[in-house]
Write a protein that binds this ligand. Structure first.
Ligand code: PMV
Length: 313
């Protein structure tokens, strides 16, 4: 086997997180600048399959005898072998690393799962079609994230902007022109499972006031879709602020995220919002290319742990 490199991008949800769990549409785009990557190499006969998790400094042997649910990497490799109908793991090393921060709304889990599954297929001389891979990664997401909508695995596996409605066929989006985002990390990981659970409690406790928030988010997603398709950045920016405010009402923002949104706007962004599960993780700001660096440095000065500029094609 020749050495092969495999990768998958990070993602951001531009519009519609949380409401998407309740059947509303959402828009997500891949972030090619941050990636999970694996290199597959053959190893000595009889040595078996292992994942070398370089960021964690761990070597994880993959056995097929018992299912390992307390480790997502091992479980993904086992699921991939099962889906490929392979009983005897190949002799190979999957060296894995990622530049996607974990539990930060950038889809780290789905990207790593996609890469590991594809690497396992590579190691046995096969490939997954995207539909099968998407399903496999979704099953892994379900084990670790409770009731995921499926948007993360879809945007990452297809590496394309998507307009996503749960249980509906995937719609790919064509942006009229590339958009520039500044993505800023609060530095506080926030498990999506918790915010999704809290929104569920809010909905169950007070559906009469919560459902309209979901509906308004759905409406703004459709406004934003049209704006993306005609390259209307001012409308897109305003829609982000409206979406952020609705997410605040769903209790998934935080003072820190609100402050970063304000800072980005004062520095010249066209719009900004939290992205993903919320209460921590990342915020995104839409910028003109010429304001990008000013917004990025303002976010860092305001306390963001990291901030990078990325162009979404
Ligand atoms: O935190 P992330 O990036 O995994 O995004 C979660 C998005 C939610 O809508 C909150 C949940 C979901 O499964 O869609």
């Amino acid at each position: 086997m020749t050495e092969v490199a495999i990768s998958a991008p990070a993602k951001v949800i531009l519009f519609g997180e949380h409401a998407v769990v309740y059947g509303q549409p959402a828009i997500a785009v891949p972030v090619p600048a941050r990636r999970a990557e694996a290199v597959v190499t053959a190893s000595a006969a009889g040595s078996g399959l292992c994942i070398q998790a370089m960021d964690l400094n761990e070597i994880l042997p993959i056995s097929v005898d018992t299912e390992t649910v307390d480790n997502a990497l091992i479980l993904t490799a086992q699921s991939a072998l099962r889906a490929l109908e392979i009983d005897q793991p190949p002799d190979a090393i999957i060296a894995l690393k990622s530049t996607i921060p974990v539990a930060s709304g950038l889809g780290s889990g789905a990207a790593v799962s996609a890469v590991v599954a594809r690497a396992v297929a590579q190691a046995v001389g096969k490939t997954f079609d995207r539909e099968t891979l998407n399903e496999l990664v979704y099953e892994i997401e379900k084990v670790y994230h409770g009731t995921p909508s499926g948007i993360d695995n879809t945007v990452i596996v297809y590496e394309s902007a998507v307009y996503f409605v749960r249980h509906h066929p995937i719609e790919f989006l064509n942006l009229a022109e590339p958009i520039t985002l500044v993505i800023a990390d609060t530095g506080h990981p926030a498990p999506t499972r918790i915010t999704v659970g809290d929104v569920r409690k809010l909905y169950e406790h007070d559906p009469a006031n919560t459902q309209p928030l979901f509906d308004q988010i759905g409406d703004i997603v459709n406004v934003a879709r049209a704006a993306l398709e005609r390259g209307d950045l001012p409308t897109l920016g305003r829609s982000m602020l409206i979406n952020h405010d609705l997410l605040r009402k769903l209790t998934v923002s935080s003072n820190e995220l609100d402050d970063l949104v304000d800072v980005a706007m004062k520095a010249g962004a066209l719009g900004a919002k939290l992205s993903g599960g919320g209460r921590g993780g990342n915020m995104i700001a839409l910028v003109d290319a010429e304001h990008a660096e000013v917004v990025r440095s303002a976010l860092l000065t305001a306390g963001a742990a990291d901030a990078f500029i990325t162009v979404i094609p």
